[in-house]
Design a protein. Sequence first.
Length: 130
Amino acid sequence: MMILLISGMTLLVRVVLVKSKYPITSIKELEMIKEDLIAVCSTIETVLPTLSSRYQGRSYSYVDKRTALLAVNRAIEDTVKGELDVTNLLRYLRRLFIVSGKVTNDEEFDKFLVEMYQLAKYKEVNKDEM
């Protein structure tokens, strides 16, 4: 029996620093859009069920529209309390929005968040006129 060395090369991998790409990074910013997020989530018609949504040891799984809305409310409240990172919440929401058909990819979700944040800022500045 003969053993051949197939690949003796060590490939180098470039390592770079990756920053968060989400426009919402703090709990204060999340609180500004919280009501609008819940309103958008309540318009979801169908979702693909998930049973393994665990973030930081907490379960936010859902099987239908009703349980998805309950899970989103619980996740947002946990984030406001500081028990869940804002980035993990946004990953969870991105996944929910993609499986529900609200958005089709990450770029669309990021654009949606930016528009929602800008609308919240506009409402805050013009709250006297509304």
